[in-house]
Ligand binder design. Sequence first.
Ligand code: NAD
Ligand code: TYD
Length: 332
Amino acid sequence: MRLLVTGGCGFIGSNFIRYVLGEHPEDEVLNLDKLTYAGNPLNLRDVEKDPRYQFQRGDICEEEDVRKAFRWKPDAVVNFAAETHVDRSISDPEAFVRTDVLGTLRLLRVSLEAGVRYVQISTDEVYGSIEEGSFTEESPLRPNSPYAASKASADLLVRSFVRTYGLDAVIVRSSNNYGPYQYPEKVIPLFVTNLLEGRKVPLYGEGRNVRDWLYVEDNCRAIDLVLRRGESGGVYNVGAGQEMTNLELARAILALLGKGEECIQHVPDRPGHDLRYSVDSTRVRSMGWEPRYDFRSGLRETVRWYRENEGWWKPIKSGEFREYYLKRYGDV
Ligand code: NAD
Ligand code: TYD
């Protein structure tokens, strides 16, 4: 299969490309990435020399960049490209609408014209918050942050392309991912690297919000399955069933790094902070998928990776990220 992967220099995209090249010796990948602050070519340094891998720097919103990528004649498109951080969406929502909505529309139009299968990488955040129980794929979309609203808008566009034009498209909505190569603005790598640097961890509010933590490789396996076997027009939730509060998460990280509660710094809560995300993954599980990592083993692996790859995250934390961090968290 010839796969056009967009946003492949980010966290999940780079793990997905590594996964596909490892699992499918016949597959080839073209990675189209704009290289925003979150895109890092170092995430794929180990596959760069693989003759089955190619990189094109480009923007999914730009017609010419997308058309150029399609001249490579992919069999399918997997769209990871997006602005992804909720806190950034609160301060700059426009960038999210541009890439997550208009960029998706651009890819949908060209995919339809080329007659290729389209996979939209979405998120459980499109459903909004749920106090009890879990959302199924039929639950209404009630996004609460500008990030979630832009991702939900993209999902609705995908749905409309299936219904109106008969595009062969599927949507994957996963819960929070963690693992190697995640940009340190997200909570797990932020907490782990802060502790490795001798700083505290900034916990929003009381730390009562609940997330379901999915190891990135498990998500890549689910995406790969849906790409190859998902029913056209189908939506697939992917959750690990490993829910915990942010306080429990912080304590688990502290314990692995041999630190105490005094390293938790409570900071003001995020506006509109969703209390709990939870999805019902029966559909993808009935296709034979299940997570292979429990939270303990996944977190241990993640902490090991950040310990052993200071050369990856230290330049990020002292570069672009530093100003953002100081403005947001002060000297925490
Ligand atoms: P990320 O922020 O680490 O990476 C995003 C990538 O997209 C970067 O490489 C960036 O350079 C690229 N990009 C951004 N704008 C672009 C544009 N206009 N054109 C081309 N490339 C562009 O993101 P991630 O955490 O790997 O998330 C990937 C996808 O998975 C996103 O669509 C996100 O909504 C979804 N998702 C993420 C999570 C999670 O926990 N990280 C959970 C569920 C769903
Ligand atoms: P995050 O990694 O930003 O993912 P999302 O908002 O997409 O779920 O945040 C995960 C949880 O951690 C969320 O409830 C907010 C919380 N959080 C903190 O407590 N402190 C932080 O510094 C960050 C970035 C997040």
